[in-house]
Design a protein around this ligand. Sequence first.
Ligand code: PMP
Length: 361
Amino acid sequence: LAPANIRAIAPYQGGKPISELAREMGLNEADIVKLASNENPLGMSPKAQMALEEAIYEIARYPDGNSFALRDAVSRKYGVQSAQIVFGNGSNDILELAARAFLTAGDEAIYSQHAFAVYPLVTQAVGATGVVVPAVEFAHDLPGFLKAITPKTKLIFVANPNNPTGTLINKTDLKTFLQQVPKHVLVVLDEAYDEYLSSVDKSEAIAWLTEFENLIISRTFSKAYGLAGLRVGFGLMHATLADLMNRVRQPFNVNSLAQVAATVSLQDEDFVARSYAANQAGMAQITQGLEQLGLSYIPSYGNFVSFKVTNASAVNQALLKSGVIVRPVANYEMPDYLRVSIGLFGENARFLEVLENILKS
Ligand code: PMP
Protein backbone atom coordinates (compact mmCIF):
# COMPACT_ATOMS: atom_id res chain seq x y z
CA LEU A 1 0.00 0.00 0.00
CA ALA A 2 2.66 2.49 1.02
CA PRO A 3 5.62 3.49 -1.16
CA ALA A 4 8.94 1.70 -0.61
CA ASN A 5 10.49 4.51 1.46
CA ILE A 6 7.64 4.30 3.98
CA ARG A 7 7.77 0.51 4.15
CA ALA A 8 11.52 0.72 4.84
CA ILE A 9 11.07 2.86 7.96
CA ALA A 10 11.98 1.08 11.20
CA PRO A 11 9.25 1.96 13.74
CA TYR A 12 10.33 4.22 16.62
CA GLN A 13 10.76 2.16 19.79
CA GLY A 14 9.85 4.22 22.84
CA GLY A 15 10.19 3.41 26.52
CA LYS A 16 7.63 0.88 27.76
CA PRO A 17 4.78 2.68 29.53
CA ILE A 18 4.35 1.90 33.25
CA SER A 19 0.73 0.81 32.81
CA GLU A 20 1.69 -1.67 30.09
CA LEU A 21 4.41 -3.30 32.18
CA ALA A 22 2.16 -3.43 35.23
CA ARG A 23 -0.39 -5.38 33.24
CA GLU A 24 2.17 -7.66 31.56
CA MET A 25 3.96 -8.60 34.76
CA GLY A 26 1.04 -8.38 37.17
CA LEU A 27 2.82 -5.63 39.11
CA ASN A 28 1.49 -2.60 40.95
CA GLU A 29 2.09 0.61 39.00
CA ALA A 30 3.44 2.19 42.18
CA ASP A 31 6.16 -0.48 42.39
CA ILE A 32 7.48 0.24 38.91
CA VAL A 33 10.48 2.47 38.29
CA LYS A 34 10.66 3.93 34.78
CA LEU A 35 14.11 5.13 33.78
CA ALA A 36 13.62 4.70 30.06
CA SER A 37 12.69 7.97 28.36
CA ASN A 38 15.05 10.62 29.73
CA GLU A 39 12.20 12.32 31.55
CA ASN A 40 12.60 14.75 34.46
CA PRO A 41 12.21 12.81 37.72
CA LEU A 42 11.35 16.06 39.56
CA GLY A 43 8.24 16.48 37.43
CA MET A 44 7.51 19.99 36.21
CA SER A 45 7.92 23.51 37.57
CA PRO A 46 5.36 24.09 40.37
CA LYS A 47 4.67 27.50 38.82
CA ALA A 48 3.83 25.84 35.51
CA GLN A 49 1.51 23.45 37.31
CA MET A 50 -0.37 26.35 38.89
CA ALA A 51 -0.69 28.08 35.53
CA LEU A 52 -2.01 24.87 33.98
CA GLU A 53 -4.77 24.64 36.55
CA GLU A 54 -6.06 28.00 35.29
CA ALA A 55 -5.45 27.26 31.61
CA ILE A 56 -7.69 24.22 31.65
CA TYR A 57 -10.73 26.52 31.50
CA GLU A 58 -9.69 27.69 28.02
CA ILE A 59 -9.62 24.21 26.48
CA ALA A 60 -12.76 24.81 24.39
CA ARG A 61 -10.89 27.48 22.44
CA TYR A 62 -8.29 26.79 19.77
CA PRO A 63 -4.73 27.49 20.85
CA ASP A 64 -2.93 30.59 19.60
CA GLY A 65 -1.57 29.29 16.30
CA ASN A 66 1.43 31.60 16.55
CA SER A 67 2.16 30.97 20.25
CA PHE A 68 2.41 34.70 20.83
CA ALA A 69 3.18 34.71 24.58
CA LEU A 70 5.60 31.81 24.35
CA ARG A 71 7.28 33.37 21.32
CA ASP A 72 7.74 36.58 23.24
CA ALA A 73 9.24 34.69 26.20
CA VAL A 74 11.65 32.69 24.01
CA SER A 75 12.59 35.79 22.05
CA ARG A 76 13.52 37.67 25.25
CA LYS A 77 15.27 34.80 26.93
CA TYR A 78 17.48 33.92 23.97
CA GLY A 79 17.84 37.34 22.37
CA VAL A 80 16.43 36.30 19.00
CA GLN A 81 13.75 37.93 16.88
CA SER A 82 10.22 36.52 16.93
CA ALA A 83 10.52 35.67 13.25
CA GLN A 84 13.47 33.40 13.98
CA ILE A 85 11.43 30.98 16.10
CA VAL A 86 9.41 27.94 15.03
CA PHE A 87 7.36 26.03 17.61
CA GLY A 88 6.79 22.32 17.47
CA ASN A 89 4.74 19.56 19.01
CA GLY A 90 7.84 18.45 20.86
CA SER A 91 11.22 19.00 19.26
CA ASN A 92 10.57 15.88 17.19
CA ASP A 93 8.14 18.06 15.29
CA ILE A 94 10.95 20.57 14.61
CA LEU A 95 13.09 17.75 13.20
CA GLU A 96 10.21 16.62 11.03
CA LEU A 97 9.37 20.14 9.85
CA ALA A 98 13.00 20.61 8.82
CA ALA A 99 12.86 17.39 6.78
CA ARG A 100 9.52 18.33 5.21
CA ALA A 101 10.56 21.89 4.40
CA PHE A 102 14.02 21.19 3.04
CA LEU A 103 14.27 17.59 1.83
CA THR A 104 12.74 15.83 -1.11
CA ALA A 105 13.24 12.52 -2.96
CA GLY A 106 16.78 12.25 -4.24
CA ASP A 107 18.27 14.53 -1.57
CA GLU A 108 20.67 13.24 1.04
CA ALA A 109 20.67 13.90 4.79
CA ILE A 110 23.72 13.05 6.87
CA TYR A 111 23.69 11.82 10.47
CA SER A 112 25.90 9.78 12.74
CA GLN A 113 25.79 6.10 13.56
CA HIS A 114 24.22 5.73 17.06
CA ALA A 115 22.47 9.11 16.60
CA PHE A 116 18.91 9.88 17.70
CA ALA A 117 16.42 7.57 15.93
CA VAL A 118 14.12 10.30 14.63
CA TYR A 119 16.69 11.56 12.06
CA PRO A 120 16.46 8.47 9.81
CA LEU A 121 12.72 8.34 10.38
CA VAL A 122 11.94 11.86 9.15
CA THR A 123 14.48 11.58 6.33
CA GLN A 124 12.99 8.39 4.96
CA ALA A 125 9.43 9.63 5.40
CA VAL A 126 10.01 12.38 2.82
CA GLY A 127 11.71 9.98 0.41
CA ALA A 128 15.22 11.38 0.95
CA THR A 129 18.29 9.20 1.49
CA GLY A 130 19.98 8.94 4.87
CA VAL A 131 23.77 8.83 4.85
CA VAL A 132 25.15 7.34 8.06
CA VAL A 133 28.66 8.36 9.14
CA PRO A 134 30.32 5.74 11.39
CA ALA A 135 30.82 7.01 14.93
CA VAL A 136 34.26 7.27 16.53
CA GLU A 137 34.17 5.90 20.07
CA PHE A 138 30.40 6.44 20.00
CA ALA A 139 30.81 10.15 19.16
CA HIS A 140 29.95 12.09 15.98
CA ASP A 141 32.88 12.10 13.54
CA LEU A 142 32.56 15.65 12.18
CA PRO A 143 35.48 15.38 9.70
CA GLY A 144 33.71 12.20 8.50
CA PHE A 145 30.50 14.24 8.07
CA LEU A 146 32.36 16.74 5.85
CA LYS A 147 33.75 13.92 3.72
CA ALA A 148 30.24 12.46 3.33
CA ILE A 149 28.89 15.68 1.75
CA THR A 150 27.96 15.21 -1.93
CA PRO A 151 26.17 17.49 -4.41
CA LYS A 152 22.94 15.84 -3.19
CA THR A 153 23.44 16.71 0.49
CA LYS A 154 20.78 19.12 1.76
CA LEU A 155 20.69 18.59 5.53
CA ILE A 156 22.98 17.42 8.33
CA PHE A 157 21.63 16.34 11.72
CA VAL A 158 23.96 16.87 14.68
CA ALA A 159 22.85 15.85 18.18
CA ASN A 160 24.74 17.63 20.94
CA PRO A 161 24.73 15.96 23.40
CA ASN A 162 23.69 12.87 21.48
CA ASN A 163 21.12 10.35 22.65
CA PRO A 164 21.70 7.44 23.44
CA THR A 165 25.49 7.84 23.68
CA GLY A 166 25.54 11.04 25.76
CA THR A 167 28.59 12.25 23.85
CA LEU A 168 29.32 15.96 23.43
CA ILE A 169 31.12 17.83 20.65
CA ASN A 170 33.25 20.64 22.05
CA LYS A 171 32.46 24.19 20.96
CA THR A 172 35.65 24.77 18.99
CA ASP A 173 35.19 21.61 16.92
CA LEU A 174 31.53 22.42 16.34
CA LYS A 175 32.24 25.94 15.17
CA THR A 176 35.06 24.81 12.90
CA PHE A 177 32.68 22.26 11.42
CA LEU A 178 30.00 24.89 10.78
CA GLN A 179 32.58 27.07 9.05
CA GLN A 180 33.43 24.19 6.71
CA VAL A 181 29.90 23.12 5.80
CA PRO A 182 28.87 24.64 2.43
CA LYS A 183 26.33 27.44 2.88
CA HIS A 184 23.62 25.68 0.88
CA VAL A 185 23.68 22.66 3.24
CA LEU A 186 21.54 23.12 6.34
CA VAL A 187 22.70 21.94 9.76
CA VAL A 188 20.07 20.91 12.30
CA LEU A 189 21.76 21.15 15.67
CA ASP A 190 19.66 19.20 18.15
CA GLU A 191 20.28 20.53 21.66
CA ALA A 192 17.55 18.65 23.53
CA TYR A 193 19.82 18.14 26.56
CA ASP A 194 21.52 21.56 26.69
CA GLU A 195 20.05 22.43 30.11
CA TYR A 196 21.97 19.49 31.59
CA LEU A 197 25.33 20.92 30.52
CA SER A 198 27.57 22.78 32.97
CA SER A 199 28.03 26.51 32.46
CA VAL A 200 31.40 25.71 30.85
CA ASP A 201 29.98 23.24 28.33
CA LYS A 202 26.67 24.95 27.60
CA SER A 203 26.06 25.68 23.93
CA GLU A 204 26.86 29.09 22.46
CA ALA A 205 25.27 28.23 19.14
CA ILE A 206 22.43 30.74 19.47
CA ALA A 207 25.02 33.52 19.32
CA TRP A 208 26.35 31.97 16.11
CA LEU A 209 23.02 32.25 14.26
CA THR A 210 24.00 35.62 12.73
CA GLU A 211 27.15 34.05 11.30
CA PHE A 212 25.55 30.82 10.04
CA GLU A 213 22.39 31.38 8.04
CA ASN A 214 22.19 27.63 7.40
CA LEU A 215 21.96 26.71 11.11
CA ILE A 216 18.78 25.41 12.76
CA ILE A 217 18.96 24.93 16.53
CA SER A 218 16.41 22.63 18.09
CA ARG A 219 15.40 22.78 21.77
CA THR A 220 12.79 21.05 23.88
CA PHE A 221 10.68 21.48 27.01
CA SER A 222 10.56 17.69 27.45
CA LYS A 223 13.78 17.23 29.41
CA ALA A 224 15.00 19.67 32.08
CA TYR A 225 11.68 21.57 31.97
CA GLY A 226 9.76 18.37 32.67
CA LEU A 227 6.96 18.88 30.12
CA ALA A 228 7.42 15.74 27.99
CA GLY A 229 3.73 14.83 28.12
CA LEU A 230 2.61 18.22 26.83
CA ARG A 231 4.79 18.04 23.69
CA VAL A 232 6.48 21.36 23.04
CA GLY A 233 9.80 22.30 21.53
CA PHE A 234 11.18 25.04 19.31
CA GLY A 235 13.68 25.78 16.59
CA LEU A 236 15.84 28.91 16.32
CA MET A 237 17.19 29.92 12.93
CA HIS A 238 17.45 32.63 10.29
CA ALA A 239 14.01 34.15 9.64
CA THR A 240 14.02 32.92 6.02
CA LEU A 241 14.32 29.32 7.17
CA ALA A 242 11.72 29.83 9.92
CA ASP A 243 9.27 31.18 7.36
CA LEU A 244 9.69 28.05 5.21
CA MET A 245 9.31 25.69 8.15
CA ASN A 246 6.20 27.54 9.33
CA ARG A 247 4.62 26.98 5.92
CA VAL A 248 4.60 23.21 6.42
CA ARG A 249 3.65 23.40 10.11
CA GLN A 250 0.14 22.46 11.16
CA PRO A 251 -1.66 25.66 12.21
CA PHE A 252 -2.34 24.50 15.79
CA ASN A 253 0.56 22.13 16.38
CA VAL A 254 1.26 23.38 19.92
CA ASN A 255 -1.73 23.00 22.23
CA SER A 256 -2.83 25.71 24.64
CA LEU A 257 -1.77 23.90 27.83
CA ALA A 258 1.68 23.33 26.37
CA GLN A 259 2.00 27.01 25.48
CA VAL A 260 1.03 28.16 28.97
CA ALA A 261 3.26 25.67 30.78
CA ALA A 262 6.23 26.34 28.52
CA THR A 263 5.92 30.12 28.89
CA VAL A 264 5.90 29.91 32.69
CA SER A 265 8.59 27.20 32.82
CA LEU A 266 10.97 29.26 30.75
CA GLN A 267 10.99 31.86 33.51
CA ASP A 268 11.35 29.39 36.38
CA GLU A 269 15.14 29.27 36.40
CA ASP A 270 15.13 27.92 39.93
CA PHE A 271 13.37 24.75 38.80
CA VAL A 272 15.83 24.20 35.94
CA ALA A 273 18.72 24.72 38.37
CA ARG A 274 17.24 22.11 40.72
CA SER A 275 16.80 19.70 37.81
CA TYR A 276 20.42 20.21 36.81
CA ALA A 277 21.67 19.62 40.36
CA ALA A 278 19.51 16.52 40.83
CA ASN A 279 20.84 15.15 37.54
CA GLN A 280 24.46 15.76 38.55
CA ALA A 281 23.92 13.93 41.84
CA GLY A 282 21.98 11.08 40.21
CA MET A 283 24.56 10.71 37.44
CA ALA A 284 27.33 10.35 40.06
CA GLN A 285 25.22 7.84 41.99
CA ILE A 286 24.49 5.69 38.93
CA THR A 287 27.97 5.80 37.39
CA GLN A 288 29.59 4.96 40.74
CA GLY A 289 27.11 2.12 41.16
CA LEU A 290 27.89 0.79 37.67
CA GLU A 291 31.62 0.96 38.43
CA GLN A 292 31.10 -0.99 41.65
CA LEU A 293 29.33 -3.65 39.60
CA GLY A 294 32.33 -3.76 37.27
CA LEU A 295 30.32 -2.41 34.32
CA SER A 296 31.68 0.07 31.80
CA TYR A 297 29.62 2.97 30.49
CA ILE A 298 29.89 5.79 27.98
CA PRO A 299 30.52 9.03 29.94
CA SER A 300 27.37 11.06 29.36
CA TYR A 301 26.52 14.75 29.21
CA GLY A 302 22.78 14.08 29.23
CA ASN A 303 20.26 12.89 31.83
CA PHE A 304 20.92 9.24 30.94
CA VAL A 305 23.85 6.90 30.57
CA SER A 306 24.42 3.86 28.33
CA PHE A 307 26.26 0.99 30.01
CA LYS A 308 27.70 -2.23 28.66
CA VAL A 309 26.48 -5.54 30.00
CA THR A 310 26.79 -9.16 28.84
CA ASN A 311 23.47 -10.47 27.48
CA ALA A 312 21.94 -6.99 27.48
CA SER A 313 18.63 -8.25 26.12
CA ALA A 314 18.24 -10.88 28.85
CA VAL A 315 19.29 -8.38 31.53
CA ASN A 316 16.67 -5.98 30.18
CA GLN A 317 14.00 -8.68 30.45
CA ALA A 318 15.05 -9.48 34.01
CA LEU A 319 14.93 -5.78 34.94
CA LEU A 320 11.41 -5.57 33.49
CA LYS A 321 10.33 -8.60 35.52
CA SER A 322 11.45 -6.77 38.65
CA GLY A 323 9.57 -3.63 37.63
CA VAL A 324 12.53 -1.57 36.39
CA ILE A 325 12.17 -0.11 32.90
CA VAL A 326 15.35 0.95 31.09
CA ARG A 327 15.90 1.26 27.33
CA PRO A 328 17.54 -1.38 25.15
CA VAL A 329 19.54 0.32 22.40
CA ALA A 330 20.04 -2.60 20.00
CA ASN A 331 18.14 -0.57 17.38
CA TYR A 332 20.93 2.04 17.68
CA GLU A 333 23.48 -0.65 16.72
CA MET A 334 24.47 -0.95 20.37
CA PRO A 335 23.27 -4.50 21.17
CA ASP A 336 25.58 -4.87 24.20
CA TYR A 337 24.31 -1.71 25.88
CA LEU A 338 21.32 -0.59 27.91
CA ARG A 339 20.45 3.06 28.49
CA VAL A 340 19.25 4.17 31.90
CA SER A 341 17.76 7.61 32.58
CA ILE A 342 18.81 9.41 35.74
CA GLY A 343 15.99 9.25 38.29
CA LEU A 344 15.45 10.25 41.90
CA PHE A 345 17.86 8.89 44.52
CA GLY A 346 15.54 6.04 45.50
CA GLU A 347 14.81 5.10 41.88
CA ASN A 348 18.50 5.00 41.01
CA ALA A 349 19.20 2.91 44.12
CA ARG A 350 16.43 0.47 43.19
CA PHE A 351 17.78 0.15 39.63
CA LEU A 352 21.30 -0.56 40.94
CA GLU A 353 20.08 -3.04 43.52
CA VAL A 354 17.94 -4.99 41.02
CA LEU A 355 20.77 -4.94 38.48
CA GLU A 356 23.22 -6.26 41.08
CA ASN A 357 20.87 -9.13 41.92
CA ILE A 358 20.44 -10.01 38.26
CA LEU A 359 24.20 -10.03 37.64
CA LYS A 360 24.75 -12.24 40.69
CA SER A 361 22.21 -14.84 39.65
N1 PMP B 1 16.38 15.02 20.28
C1 PMP B 1 16.97 14.13 21.07
C2 PMP B 1 18.44 13.95 20.95
C3 PMP B 1 16.22 13.39 21.99
O1 PMP B 1 16.82 12.47 22.76
C4 PMP B 1 14.83 13.60 22.09
C5 PMP B 1 13.97 12.86 23.08
N2 PMP B 1 14.11 11.52 23.14
C6 PMP B 1 14.26 14.53 21.22
C7 PMP B 1 15.06 15.23 20.34
C8 PMP B 1 12.79 14.77 21.11
O2 PMP B 1 12.17 15.12 22.25
P1 PMP B 1 10.76 15.88 22.23
O3 PMP B 1 10.07 15.55 20.94
O4 PMP B 1 10.05 15.33 23.41
O5 PMP B 1 11.10 17.31 22.33
